[in-house]
Design a protein around this ligand. Sequence first.
Ligand code: IPM
Ligand code: MN
Length: 371
Amino acid sequence: MTYNITIIPGDGIGPEVTSQAKKALDAIADVFDHNFIYQTALMGACAIDETGNPLPDETVNLCKKSDAILFGAIGHPKYDNDPSAKVRPEQGLLKLRKALGLFCNVRPVKAYKQLLSKSPLKEERIAGTDISIYRELTGGIYFGEKKLSEDETVAFDGCSYSVEEISRITHLAFQEARIRKQKVTLVDKANVLETSRLWRKTVTEIAKEYADITLDFLFVDNAAMQMILNPTQFDVILTENLFGDIISDEASVIGGSIGLLASASIGNDTALFEPIHGSYPEAAGKNIANPLASILSAAMLLRHLKLEKEAALIEEAANKSLELGFITADINPDSPFSTSKVGDFIADYILNPEDTNRNFKNIFVGQSTII
Ligand code: IPM
Ligand code: MN
């Protein structure tokens, strides 16, 4: 089959990690006889530098025409440290989410067996963690009215949600729970926020259509604590935009490295796949960043295109790289592999799963003591 994939490398480590994901996709195309047609598009600080606009129209048009989008990362310190900057890289991503109607962000968090000892959390607490975070992505305080008083001494960010915005992601979260452990936890702040009370009411109503699913509620402050104390209690977490942003970074600690967390942003038409890590500017161009989150985002992309076997093979390759220690310094500081070598390993495994150990004995000779 032929698929059109737009790649947006973005800023910082984005280009390095997306090119490893592309290597994995190329290997998949080879093995399964698919034809992936790639287009590359600009977004973020690099787009501002080149065009003055963090999201050129051309990027939106390409994305609209493609079957799926693979995105790297966004952001640059020169903007982070300048709160008065009128044009910011992140505006590109926020506008793209809105333009493509990507209202549902799915962030899976797993405690990989091989990495239990790498997490700063106690092994016995995190073993078995398998959470799917459903974060609302095109509403709430991110997209509310913003104001700054004329004398610049008072600022305002409005937060609103409609029943429709809450309902569409809620249905997706319940459908996901059906094929998982039949539990949805709504994370909100319904003791304080009107929007949260509307979430509770709407979600409770929808839950009646899913009698097989258990619904429970947690205030976000408590949820942040529970995520560290007892993360195995969670199955699907459903939450609004800002809470989901914060909770998912927190949850990434469970996996041992934020460099492993992939995500899917889905709407009614096309979908976008990206690591949850940022642009990590300190590492840009050094070939040291962990490419697995981007590679696992490519696996989510394939699953979204209903290419289940293909997705599973990428995940198997990623597991293998963790198992054998063919991995970057964030996880393997003693004998780290470069970003591109990890990408080579993944592609090689996909092309040749039987033979990988032997091949890599030759390719990496002298670099690691693990094999
Ligand atoms: C994320 C990021 C973005 C967000 C930023 C870059 C705007 O942190 O995808 O989680 O806050 O949504
Ligand atoms: Mn974030």
